[in-house]
Design a protein around this ligand. Structure first.
Ligand SMILES: [Fe+2]
Length: 187
């Protein structure tokens, strides 16, 4: 057996792009974000096949199985549904004591957070910003810029993802354009 093993996965540190045989990729379209935006009529009138975000992931273990740190690059495209900025669905973790780390590669946005009591807050994202998502805290991202918002996430493989509470109740705050500026408002 060789004493030198070549890496199986690479991340382009300038763009966040992942390459390698074990990288998976998925795209969430506008059509796949039913119910996530305030103005559903506007979302329905948009091209349902248009991509809202793309996720490339490297998961050494299956979701829910301990033993690895996973990594994913999310590219959240710039755009709006009415006056609301494009967003990711957001989730709690099934194993709620598991944290997560986000590192912004490109673009500007808000990381939207909500704890188990419903308390909500946001953190500003820009290239190089590092964000700790505490345990038991739901998280989503909104792109407030004109470029794609690219960030890399790291989480333990046993974390698990629970999208249902956010799909049903949202975050209680939204990132909208008010008087021409990105603004966090209660919803
Ligand atoms: Fe997460």
């Amino acid at each position: 057996m060789s004493l030198v093993v070549e890496p199986k996965v690479y991340v382009d540190v300038l763009t966040g792009e992942l390459t390698g045989g074990r990288v998976t990729e998925s795209t969430r379209t506008i059509g796949g974000l039913q119910g996530y935006f305030l103005d559903e009529t506007v979302r329905m009138a948009m091209d349902q096949s248009s991509p809202a975000y793309r996720v490339q992931a490297f998961e050494p273990e299956k979701e829910g199985t301990p033993g690895a740190i996973c990594l994913a690059t999310t590219t959240l495209y710039a755009g709006m549904v009415g006056d609301e900025y494009f967003l990711t669905r957001g989730h709690f973790h099934v194993n709620e004591d598991r944290p997560e780390l986000e590192v912004t590669v490109n673009g500007t946005g808000f990381l939207v957070l909500m704890d188990a009591t419903g308390k909500t807050w946001t953190e500003s994202m820009s290239a190089g910003s590092v964000h700790h998502v505490p345990p038991a805290t739901a998280h989503r991202v909104a792109n407030i810029g004109v470029e794609p918002l690219v960030f890399i996430s790291y989480w333990p493989s046993e974390t698990g993802h629970d999208y249902a509470p956010i799909a049903e109740r949202g975050f209680g705050i939204r990132v909208r354009q008010v008087d021409g500026k990105p603004t966090v408002v209660r919803s």
